[in-house]
Write a protein that binds this ligand. Structure first.
Ligand code: F3S
Length: 74
């Protein structure tokens, strides 16, 4: 099973992820970038999380598979 994460090298702090799925994404107050809420790494099967993934303009939200590679969840 994969694990949801925000690629910190891509995130620009648009916060659409947080607006669409605040249970899953939080914004770091100092840095202004998103991260996945602890315990919500499997929530990418939920429709609003998938919507957040699709709506990130930087394509920064990804799912890492057990092999360490990103999975295609589009
Ligand atoms: Fe970052 Fe994309 Fe969210 S740029 S703050 S992961 S909408």
């Amino acid at each position: 099973m994969g694990e949801l994460y925000v690629d910190q090298t891509r995130c620009q702090g648009h916060a659409r992820c947080y607006m669409l799925a605040p249970e899953t994404f939080e914004i770091d107050e100092e840095e202004g970038y998103a991260r996945v809420v602890e315990g919500r790494e499997q929530s990418y099967t939920e429709e609003k999380v998938r919507k957040a993934i699709r709506n990130c303009p930087e394509r920064a939200i990804k799912v890492r598979g057990a092999d360490g590679k990103d999975e295609d969840i589009s």
